[in-house]
Design a protein around this ligand. Structure first.
Ligand code: ZN
Length: 114
C-alpha cells in the first residue's frame, strides 16, 4: 500500500505518466476490474473521474473509479449528478446506478444526490 500513500501525498494533481500508470493499476485492483457504474466486468476499462477534471476534480484516488468504456464515454465531462439526471430523463428510464452510491460518502457527497 505504499503506492497509495505516495499518490495521496501528491493529491492527484499533475501526475506523471508513470504515476498515472500506477494509479490506474491501483484503481483497477481496488475495484476488481468491475465497472463501478454499471457493475459489468471491464478488464479493458479505465479509471473515470467522478468529478471531471474540467469541473475541478483531480486524480486523487477518492475521485476515481474503474469504469467500462461505454460508461466512461457516456458520462464524458458530466458530473455524476448531471449524468444520472440525464439517464433518469431517458426514455425508457434507465435504472439508477447502485454501485456509485458506495462512493458518495468518500468525497463526492456534493456531487451525487440521487
Ligand atoms: Zn459501465
Amino acid at each position: 500500500m505504499n503506492i497509495t500513500i505516495e499518490i495521496w501525498k501528491g493529491n492527484g494533481r499533475h501526475l506523471t505518466r508513470r504515476s498515472w500508470a500506477r494509479v490506474r493499476a491501483v484503481i483497477k485492483l481496488r475495484d476488481m476490474a468491475v465497472c463501478q457504474y454499471c457493475g459489468k466486468p471491464a478488464n479493458d476499462g479505465e479509471p473515470d473521474h467522478i468529478l471531471p477534471l474540467a469541473q475541478g476534480g483531480n486524480d486523487a484516488l477518492h475521485n476515481l473509479v474503474w469504469s467500462c468504456k461505454d460508461c466512461n464515454r457516456a458520462k464524458g465531462e458530466m458530473t455524476l449528478r448531471a449524468w444520472v439526471q440525464s439517464m433518469l430523463k431517458a426514455e425508457p428510464p434507465l435504472p439508477p446506478l447502485p454501485k456509485v452510491r458506495r462512493y458518495s460518502s468518500l468525497d463526492a457527497g456534493d456531487v451525487i444526490d440521487v
